[in-house]
Design a protein around this ligand. Structure first.
Ligand code: F6R
Length: 253
């Protein structure tokens, strides 16, 4: 079941997202969180930090697995996803460092690193909630449009569209890594619950295609239509603009 929650602003959509995570933590203090990076979840992480500081939630027993990491960036590179997670969440809450997990972008043998990460994810005994953003091309994690859906963690060649989209975070486009390690679509689909965050007009067309179009590996996020549990989509009005036009009845205000 897909529940699409409307927010007037990206800020509000982030707060809605934090509410969903907080509910999971309230029912299971040792929850396993599947986490994402990028612009979409930043506001949600800010709100989670606020709730932590207000004594409303704790991450003391939480474990986390992140979706992906760039190949070639060390954890202290300011554009690595490890750095992002520390800066945007981990350093500000009581999560234990040893309970946080990301693929190692500097691993000498990326294939072995994918196998190691698959084992890490499996050892969690199930992800309670997986946070996702959606790429302009419909990717989830770094699972780019393809002829098949990926299963486990893999070494991915980033498409030009993803490199273009992420160039905004780097000094120049050439600095954007061309490869990443990413959890697979099959692995993402094993979570108990999914929280998809989408903000801004740039996501409006792809979000509609993913949630209402054909289920196809050329739009990886479309597989979420087949998710066994609840997919909660927290999005702002810009990202929902096409859905509001074509499927207004599907949106919860
Ligand atoms: C990030 C990730 C990506 C992003 C997607 C959207 O860990 O896996 O799939 O969620 O590229 O990025 P933003 O939110 O920056 O538009």
């Amino acid at each position: 079941m897909i529940k699409i929650i409307y927010s007037e602003t990206a800020h509000d959509a982030g707060i809605r997202g934090a509410e969903v995570i907080s509910e999971v933590l309230a029912s299971k203090k040792n929850a396993v969180l599947g986490l994402a990076t990028g612009s979409s979840p930043v506001g949600m992480y800010t709100e989670l930090i606020r709730r932590y500081n207000a004594g409303e939630i704790s991450f003391a027993e939480v474990k986390s697995v992140n979706l992906d990491e760039y190949v070639g960036l060390s954890a202290d590179h300011d554009q690595s996803y490890a750095y992002f997670m520390h800066h945007n969440l981990f350093d500000h809450v009581d999560i234990k460092e040893e309970n946080t997990n990301l693929p190692n972008g500097l691993a000498a043998d990326p294939v072995a690193e994918c196998a190691r990460y698959d084992a890490v994810v499996a050892s969690m005994g199930g992800v309670d909630i997986q946070v996702l953003g959606i790429g302009n091309n419909g990717h989830i994690g770094f699972n780019e449009p393809d002829t098949h859906f990926t299963k486990g963690t893999g070494l991915v060649n980033l498409t030009d569209s993803t490199i273009d989209a992420n160039a905004r975070f780097f000094e120049k486009r050439e600095d954007v890594p061309t490869q990443a390690l990413s959890m697979g679509v099959g692995q993402i689909m094993e979570a108990d619950k999914i929280l998809l965050l989408a903000m801004g007009r740039g996501k409006a067309e792809i979000l509609e295609r993913a949630l209402f179009g054909d289920v196809t590996p050329s739009v990886p996020a479309s597989i979420l239509q087949f998710f066994k549990g609840e997919v909660i989509v927290s999005a702002d009005k810009e990202a929902l603009s096409v859905i509001l036009e074509k499927h207004p009845e599907a949106v919860t205000r």
